[in-house]
Design a protein around this ligand. Structure first.
Ligand code: GLN
Length: 459
């Protein structure tokens, strides 16, 4: 059985699991990476000694024992992980081969992978454009067929948005279903690891491997979920809310049109759709950009030039800290540390951080209330399609791109981005968001729609 490179590039996890020669898969993966990655830059590190198994790309903020974990930052440039993250342990046991660490925005802060100390990842659909972020490397690697599947992390959209930009599937599970042990913390109350895949079924198959209660992460929950339970079934008769804000100013016209087309499509499939105003969406970006930086200022305090990573000497210990952090962290990371330190300081805590926590609760309450009436909420994944590398300079413009993805993180909800055609030559993603622990049903519904649009068989 000899698989061609073309065949490998299109291969799903479902097929790979059944393929007898895992050795062949790894060597095909490494050769596709070698051929393509000088232009894509999806990988920060390629592991030529990956062994045999199903080739998977791992975002470079997840620790694999013996391999570098850089978080795309100068401050961790020479850091080699001393232990396996829980998800890595599980994948190892299930027969995966770690062919490389994928590129990201530094410490996962960003929406384009342009904030990587190793240069931006390019979009496989248009090399002049970004792959999205922060898990841009993981999305580009899957979309271009360098790997079968990959892992990303999602704090405010970092799995779903790059998946949308690259035309693949990205799933953020309910908070607490996947262990964060061994994931370099960005904003711990929002971070969640999840798959970026070629099909919804593949995402569900991977979830069955990586999910589960972990004694090393106290926020994990004890729930037995079969994520593939509704895969391959015809699911309809649902009540779906599409957020009115999907059609508001700031959303590209082409994306509005595709969202309308998607709404008609799910109606034709036998579901009922209402357009629902979610005024709280006005506040999600502001809320997130107070809470996330506050957690950053605390989580990134450990990178001090003493325990690990880069160290620049100084006349005093204070100087050593200043020199190391001042030159080790990039501009966006420093901006967030400063904002977070400011909003947590005694004089401003009530006005910013505490207020943001209250608004977070209001947003979560609103979404939970909607789920009393509706099964799922639909929005575009991103208000924009992949933009040109270097074309955005204002951080506010980046922040506003997260409007549709942030709510799921603030409320701990599962959400998936599935590809739904293109605007011009650029893929777009539609997001479906569900109540907490509706992951299996959400994947099932998304799978049904995905198969219909990609004309695969549905029972
Ligand atoms: N774009 C968002 C940010 O910059 C989300 C990042 C993420 O999910 N890791 O914070």
């Amino acid at each position: 059985m000899i698989l061609t490179k073309e065949g490998f590039r299109k291969m799903t996890l479902k097929e790979a699991l059944e393929y007898p020669s895992k050795e062949e898969l790894v060597s095909l993966s490494l050769s596709v990476i070698e051929e393509q990655d000088t232009k894509l830059n999806a990988f920060i590190y390629v592991n030529k000694e990956a062994g045999t198994g199903i080739p998977i790309g791992i975002k470079d903020n997840i620790n694999i024992h013996g391999l570098p974990t850089t978080c795309a930052s100068r401050i961790l440039k020479n850091y080699v992980a001393t232990f396996d993250a829980t998800v890595i342990k599980k994948l190892r046991k299930a027969g995966f081969a770690f062919v490389g660490k994928t590129n990201l925005d530094e410490f996962a802060m960003g929406a384009s992978t342009e904030y990587s100390a190793f240069g931006p990842t390019r979009n496989p659909h248009d090399l002049e454009r970004v792959a999205g972020g922060s898990s841009g490397g993981s999305a580009a690697a899957v979309a271009s067929g360098e790997v079968i599947i990959s892992l990303g992390s999602d704090t405010g959209g970092s799995i779903r948005q790059p998946a949308a930009f690259c035309g693949v599937v990205g799933f953020k599970p309910t908070y607490g279903l996947v262990s964060r042990y061994g994931l370099v913390a960005f904003a711990s109350s929002l971070d969640q690891i999840g798959p970026i895949a070629k099909t919804v079924e593949d995402a569900a198959l991977l979830m069955n491997i990586i999910a589960g209660r972990d004694e090393h992460d106290a926020t994990t929950v004890n729930r037995e979920i079969d994520f593939t339970k509704f895969i391959g079934r015809k699911i309809n008769g649902l009540k779906i809310a599409v957020a009115k804000q999907s059609f508001s100013e700031g959303v590209e016209d082409g994306i509005k049109e595709k969202t309308e087309e998607f709404v008609r499509f799910i109606e034709q499939e036998g579901n009922e759709v209402d357009v629902v105003d979610i005024p709280e969406l006005k506040y999600v970006v502001a809320t997130y950009y107070i809470i996330a930086p506050a957690e950053v200022s605390s989580n990134l305090a450990r990178f001090d030039g003493v325990k690990y990573g880069l160290r620049l000497s100084g006349k005093s210990l204070q100087d050593l800290y200043k020199n190391t952090r001042g030159s080790g962290f990039g501009e966006e990371v420093r901006r967030r540390i400063l904002i977070g330190t400011f909003t947590l300081s005694a004089a401003y805590y009530d006005a910013y951080f505490e207020k943001a926590q209250k608004v977070r609760r209001l947003i979560a309450n609103k979404l939970n209330e909607l789920f009393e009436t509706y099964d799922f909420i639909v929005t575009p994944t991103s208000p924009v399609t992949a933009f040109k590398v270097g074309s955005v300079s204002d951080p506010m413009v980046y922040y506003l791109m997260d409007i549709f993805t942030i709510p799921a993180n603030l409320a701990g909800l599962p959400a998936i981005s599935i590809p739904f055609g293109k605007v011009g030559h650029l893929p777009i993603g539609i997001q479906l968001m569900g109540p907490r622990f509706s992951d299996a049903k959400l994947l099932g519904f998304a799978d049904c729609l995905f198969r219909t649009t990609h004309s695969q068989e549905v029972r």
